[in-house]
Write a protein that binds this ligand. Structure first.
Ligand SMILES: NC(=O)c1ccc[n+]([C@@H]2O[C@H](COP(=O)([O-])OP(=O)(O)OC[C@H]3O[C@@H](n4cnc5c(N)ncnc54)[C@H](O)[C@@H]3O)[C@@H](O)[C@H]2O)c1
Ligand SMILES: N[C@@H](CCO)C(=O)O
Ligand code: NA
Length: 815
């Protein structure tokens, strides 16, 4: 036989009761000989308690009573054929009348004992089981309502009664013998004492009823039907990627439940554990889902741990002092003291020097615990053998759980790596010697981030989610969004990477969406929901959201964002940027940013600072890391100027070609940065610094392309106006080159720690002669690439290739 237990939400409405009936009928038809245990309809137990309390206080309870009646009557009217309704309504009405008499009695006495409370609460289960049995009777005539208080016998501990095992077993066995062919609907939660007074079984009581019946009757399984898909890897309200666990051992279920998974209350399951009866957690509203089997063996799993659970908001007390060293009685005294005062100790850790003990308790108990300790250890405190206990509030416990941990090394390493990388400070650690639980204490405000980060770390075959905060939605930013949108499915399906852009700002507006903007429609979302942009607020909000695997992308050309990078790294957030300003400012700033990122274990990626998407920064880094020595770098690193000199031929005027370069998205937002050489200079400076030279921009020898009049222009418009006038200057340059069969190139060099950038005329023997479009070229002459340099060449400007470079940096974050 099988026990099927349905919780309150499963019998909460007409629809859910219909679902219950189908599940029961299916089991009955399959010959599983089910025994059904039902809770009260959802909300009814609370309503009953409220009515009882109201009555005792002399407040009216009639409206609530009517509400209770209506909810049951509605089910009768919808689910019982009219001709059978009357006797059922009558019996329910009699029960409700009894209840009313009791409540009236309480109102007269103005007194509510635990005994009366149990009696009143019992009406919830009695009504629901009677009702559902009657509905089922229409299809399965042997359906029978059973009031379990005649079979579950307990002591007098009303509200939390203890089972009289021997007697209950006898009575249940006798019940089974006389009802062999019946389909029983048994009230959960209630029992009675030896005088026949109704008692209740405390927290999780209906599960307990199911476990007791299952164990006495040697059930093949006890199915707990609820409103979730079994036990999950983590709290799904916090960890969106949490998934249902197919198998857990009893021990694992205990650990996960202890730390938060509220699906079952394990102490109630002990009768089932003792007989090794599997408990199956299933979803009434998704009956085809197999749910979670809790059994004796932990079972095979693809993952090293089973789940992550947590307790939010605990207080931690720390005791230190020489008085504890080698004193075996000390912790005994401490914990006996706490137990005597019914203070539940949630977690304990002791340093191996025995010099300190740290333990966690519920915040409501914390101050009392400290005072108790001060009293108990007054002598030790006076003699300075113990320091005053230190209390800290606002903490949380996170625990990874799984029996397979003990056979897998590196588990705590993985846990602490995930926490450390996300800047989560671990305050205390506890690992049971059984090795199926490692617990850490962290700050409350880090809990959500920690749960998600640790979930990612242990369920790595699942997708990695990057949370992106992007500023700048111009040429590059908007192209990046388009690319991310197009690649979304591929990244997810083929690479298990999900990129969520959760914050967007341009210079006008900013907006947030923790679920990720729809990148097919981000403009509208930002317009409609965004607020006025403010970078400080944007970054504050990014920090406050405290999401795991967070990346800040700077797709602006502004200086302001770079002033926040250090703070961002300190918040353990990586930075990806195509903006060159941070790396090309003062060397001290460059150094500080790189050092801070390293210290906090986050990434600072800026491949597109040099040659857009071409692999240049990466190549240089690899050369350096593998111990090569850079002898010389020669490069053409202005896509704009490259394009201009490659297209400044025939009739086209210099002015027109520059305009065209801007249209094609090659130029900086301010094209004077390109033509004036600043942009190129920045790139050379970054390369030189990455190659190990602590140089400043002042020391770069920068040759001009432009006539003085253009250089002096004070606005972009004025610049273009001057450019129009300078036709002759550029034509002269062009014809001179043509005369000598040469091309004009703007070339940067780094040699002996010195950077120079100059306009040169090259003949066709020079390797930089043949370039087209916006091509960049860079040649690294190194100790290992001495005779023939390592050359990278290709388009070095443009929105698509730049956004693609940012994209590549982004997916490499945390890799
Ligand atoms: N075009 C290329 O080929 C190329 C190649 C490599 C690198 N880059 C770099 O890309 C960056 C962006 O270039 P673009 O052409 O997209 O510029 P753009 O002018 O088209 O866009 C700049 C964006 O930044 C926003 N912005 C400016 N200041 C801001 C602030 N304080 N807070 C929030 N948003 C702010 C603007 O509103 C705009 O959305 C530049 O740093 C450029 O050097 C460009
Ligand atoms: N404006 C830049 C873009 C690439 O950084 C260029 O023309 O090279
Ligand atoms: Na690059």
């Amino acid at each position: 036989m099988k026990v099927l237990k349905f919780g309150g939400t499963s019998v909460g409405s007409v629809e859910s009761i219909q679902a219950v009936l189908q599940i029961v009928k299916k089991s009955y038809d399959a010959g599983e000989k089910p025994l059904v245990v039902l809770s009260a309809m959802s909300g009814i137990t609370n309503l009953l308690t409220k009515m009882a309390e109201d009555a005792a206080e002399g407040k009216p309870f009639q409206d609530d009573l009517k509400l209770m009646e209506d909810r049951h009557f509605e089910v009768v009217k919808k689910l019982i054929a009219v001709k059978y309704q009357n006797p059922v309504l009558t019996k329910l009405k009699l029960l409700i009348n009894d209840l009313e008499d009791l409540l009236q009695g309480i109102a007269v006495l103005k007194e509510l004992s635990d005994q009366s409370k149990d009696l009143i609460v019992s009406f919830g289960e009695r009504c629901s089981n009677f009702l559902v049995a009657k509905i089922m009777e229409q299809e399965i005539p042997v359906s029978t309502y059973i009031n379990a208080s005649h079979y579950i016998k307990t002591d007098d501990n009303f509200g939390n009664a203890h089972l009289n095992e021997a007697l209950s077993h006898q009575l249940i066995q006798a019940l089974a013998l006389t009802h062999t062919d019946k389909l029983l609907f048994v009230t959960g939660f209630i029992g009675s004492n030896d005088k026949g007074r109704i008692t209740t079984l405390g927290r999780g009581g209906s599960d307990y009823t199911a476990a007791i019946f299952g164990s006495v009757l040697n059930a093949t399984a006890i199915e707990i039907w609820t409103d979730v898909n079994g036990m999950l890897t983590a709290d799904p309200r916090i960890v969106k990627k949490a998934f249902s666990l197919p198998i857990l051992s009893y021990t694992e279920a205990m650990e996960l439940s202890y730390f938060g998974a509220k699906v079952i209350y394990p102490p109630t399951m002990v009768p089932a554990f003792m007989k090794k009866i599997p408990i199956v957690i299933r979803n009434t509203f998704q009956p085809e889902f197999p749910g979670t089997v809790i059994q004796f063996e932990s079972g095979k799993s693809n993952f090293p741990i089973k789940g992550i659970s947590s307790i939010a908001d605990v207080s931690v007390i720390n005791l230190t002092g020489s008085g504890m060293v080698g004193k075996s009685g000390f912790s005994g005294r401490l914990f006996t003291l706490l137990a005597r005062e019914q203070i539940n100790v949630i977690l304990i850790t002791q340093s191996s020097s025995e010099h300190s003990i740290t333990f966690a308790v519920h915040p409501n108990d914390a101050r009392k615990a400290v005072n108790l300790i001060k009293n108990e250890f007054e002598l030790e405190l006076m003699a300075n053998k113990l320091s005053v206990p230190v209390l800290e509030d606002g903490l949380s416990i996170l625990a990874i759980v799984g029996e397979n941990m003990k056979r897998t090394p590196g588990m705590s390493g993985r846990l602490f790596h995930a926490l450390g990388r996300n800047g989560i400070n671990v305050r205390a650690i506890a690992q049971g010697s059984s090795e199926f639980n490692i617990s850490v204490i962290i700050n409350n405000e880090d809990l959500s981030k920690a749960l998600n980060a640790v979930h990612d770390a242990f369920f790595a075959e699942l997708k990695k989610t990057l949370h992106v905060f992007n500023i700048g939605t111009g040429n590059i930013g908007s192209t990046l969004f388009k690319q991310l949108h197009e690649q979304h499915d591929f990244l997810l399906d083929q690479n298990d990477i999900e990129i969520k852009v959760v914050g967007i700002s341009n210079s006008r507006k900013m907006g947030f969406n923790p679920e990720g903007f729809d990148l097919g429609n981000w403009q509208e979302e930002l317009e409609n929901q965004g607020e006025v942009a403010d970078l400080g607020t944007f970054i504050g909000q990014m920090k406050a959201l405290n999401l795991p695997n967070c990346v800040f992308i700077d797709n602006t050309a502004s200086k302001l964002p770079s002033t926040y990078y250090e703070e961002i790294f300190r918040s353990n957030i990586s930075v990806v940027t195509c903006n060159k300003i941070a790396n090309s400012g003062d060397y001290a700033q460059y150094r500080l940013l790189h050092d801070t990122a390293r210290k906090h274990g986050v990434d600072f990626f800026y491949e597109t600072n040099v040659g857009a998407g071409l692999p240049i920064v990466r190549v240089l880094k690899d050369l350096m890391m593998s111990g090569d020595r850079i002898i010389k770098i020669e490069a053409i690193l202005s896509g704009t100027i490259s394009y201009i000199f490659n297209n400044f031929k025939g009739d086209a005027s210099f002015y027109e070609v520059v305009k065209k370069a801007q249209e094609l998205g090659y130029t900086e937002p301010d094209p004077r940065d390109d033509l004036g050489g600043i942009d190129f200079m920045r790139k050379m400076l970054i390369l030189a610094r990455d190659a190990g030279h602590a140089i400043e921009s002042e020391s770069v020898k920068l040759g001009n392309i432009l006539p003085e009049s253009c250089l002096q222009a004070s606005s972009v418009d004025e610049f273009y106006a001057e450019l129009l006038k300078a036709d002759e200057f550029f034509n002269k340059m062009k014809s001179e080159a043509a005369k000598q069969n040469k091309v004009i190139r703007y070339i940067g060099t780094l040699e002996n720690g010195e950077v120079a950038i100059n306009l040169q005329m090259l003949d066709d023997k020079h390797p930089f002669y043949a370039l087209s479009g916006s091509d960049n070229i860079i040649s690294f002459t190194t100790e290992r690439y001495k005779d023939r340099p390592l050359v990278v060449k290709g388009p070095g400007a443009g929105a698509e290739v730049t956004a693609a470079g940012v994209f590549a940096d982004l997916v490499n974050v945390g890799a």
